[in-house]
Write a protein that binds this ligand. Structure first.
Ligand code: GDP
Ligand code: IMO
Ligand code: MG
Length: 429
């Protein structure tokens, strides 16, 4: 049976949540493999709106949902999100939800540090979500993280706490903050531990068991390739690898299991936070894209920066992530534009580039080369079949797939789950 890996191919917020929710009914398990509650996904099902940050988007359809070891988990955010969704009638229990016991925790001290560092960074500010994501990943690779499995052994945590506090107390002192209150931290962890532990298990084992039984696994990426810590617009990135290759290491299955790589691609471009953005529009066209697309962050409520579709960036993302096919989302947002533009290359100090250079200064300086197309009269909003699309909208889709050298597998035409056109089923070999 084929598995599917969903990743964002731009700077996040491409509509991954909607597509994962739509695909989840065809899957037997949905696994988050990186990121944390910096993600924000909005799912619309009939008159219900679900906002998810940490839970896999498969939870809404009741599909087995798993948080893999590659995620950083804030136990208090987890509890709050489960309670919110349960209040909306979503069933979440130890049968349909599991957390990797080797998943590192985000602690209050990580959130503190994220905020303190951003405040002190001046013009170097990343514009993080302030959720403690970066500091938690740093502690993971620094071998001083407290992990889910530690919650069952809080009395044996002294050596780990020594290591953790030696590091954080020095940093906190530099920021004029008091040292970590170890007793208070342990007390907080003791209180939340049973809640998290009811879902904790060796997820790699569970996944390998369901895989052997022929289950279809859907790997759910958060953020987007341009926010990847290696391949993105460094240093204006998140602190995890968001590329498809992470699906294996972040869940406990091998790379041969990641299957069809579905890149989620918005029909235009947005970005939240600081960093280069070649096709950004600070005029009324950008304003219009933002208004029509309701481009406000799910997590922080920040206004998203908007611009035309950048085929150079998406071609690069698709190559880096081995994207098999894309889901083109929010096509309806372009309805009513007389002309639409696509960036096909960059100009940098007199040279033409067909890729995005690695250095931040070059990234900030490139000028987009545009191709202009006629927009379409009529509407794509709510279309559920290819035949419902205006001819000119089809031309746009075809031009996009040509330029990014990757075929379209799905098209999304509204926030609603069912307003989705299936071109090629990613679960079918
Ligand atoms: P994610 O982080 O990639 O899951 O994306 P977000 O949920 O942060 O942002 C996507 C937004 O666009 C959400 O509000 C979705 O409800 C909405 N959305 C998703 N697909 C479409 C679409 O095809 N058309 C329109 N108009 N909105 C969409
Ligand atoms: P979803 O899954 C868009 C951005 C932040 C900031 C940078 C680093 O909804 O697509 P972090 O808190 O991760 O250290 O912030 O990354 N960012 C996102 N932007 N969508 C997201 O997730 C994001 N998650 C992080 O705005 O620029
Ligand atoms: Mg989002």
């Amino acid at each position: 049976m084929a598995n599917v890996t969903v990743i964002g191919a731009q700077w996040g917020d491409e509509g991954k949540g909607k597509i994962v929710d739509w695909l989840a009914s065809r899957a037997d398990a949905v696994v988050r493999f990186q990121g944390g509650h910096n993600a924000g996904h909005t799912l619309v099902v009939g008159d219900q709106v679900y906002k998810l940050s940490l839970l896999p988007s498969g939870i809404v359809t009741g599909t087995l949902s798993i948080i893999g070891n590659g995620v950083v988990l804030d136990p208090w955010a987890l509890k709050a999100e489960i309670e919110k969704l349960t209040g909306q009638g979503v069933e979440i229990n130890a049968e349909n939800f599991a957390i990797a016991d080797n998943c590192p925790l985000i602690l209050p001290l990580h959130r503190d540090l994220d905020g303190l560092r951003e405040q002190a960074a001046g013009s170097g500010k990343i514009g993080t979500t302030g959720r403690g994501i970066g500091p938690a990943y740093e502690d993971k690779v620094g071998r001083r993280a407290i992990r889910v499995c530690d919650l069952a052994h809080l009395d044996a945590l002294d050596a780990q706490l020594d290591r953790l506090c030696a590091h954080h107390d020095a940093l906190r002192a530099g920021f004029g903050q008091p040292p970590v209150d170890r007793a208070a931290l342990i007390a907080e962890l003791r209180e939340i531990a049973p809640y998290v532990l009811q879902f904790a298990q060796p997820v790699w084992k569970r996944l390998n068991t369901v895989r052997k039984a022929g289950a279809r696994i859907l790997f759910e990426g958060a953020q987007g390739v341009l926010l990847d810590v290696d391949h993105g617009t460094y240093p204006f990135v998140t602190s995890s690898n968001t590329v498809s290759g992470t699906a294996a290491s972040g869940s406990g299955l091998g790379p041969s299991q990641t299957g069809f790589v579905l890149g989620i691609v918005k029909a235009y471009t947005t970005r939240v936070g600081s960093g280069p953005f070649p096709t950004e529009l600070e005029d009324d066209v950008g304003q219009r894209l933002g208004e029509r697309g309701h481009e406000f962050g799910t997590v922080t409520g920040r206004k998203r920066r908007c611009g035309w579709f950048d085929a150079v960036l998406v071609r690069q993302s698709c190559a880096i992530s081995g994207v098999t096919g894309i889901a083109l989302t929010k096509l309806d947002v372009l309805d009513g534009f007389e002309k639409v533009k696509i960036c096909t290359g960059y100009r940098l100090r007199g040279k033409v580039l067909d890729y995005f250079p690695a250095h931040a200064a070059d990234q900030a300086e490139v000028e987009p080369i545009y191709e202009e197309m006629d927009g379409w009269a009529g509407t794509t909003a709510g279309a559920r079949s290819w035949a419902d699309l205006p001819a000119q909208a089809i031309k746009y889709i075809q031009r996009v797939q040509e330029l990014i050298e990757t075929p379209v597998a799905l098209v999304s035409t509204s926030p609603e789950r069912e307003d989705t056109i299936l071109v090629r089923d990613p679960f079918v070999d």
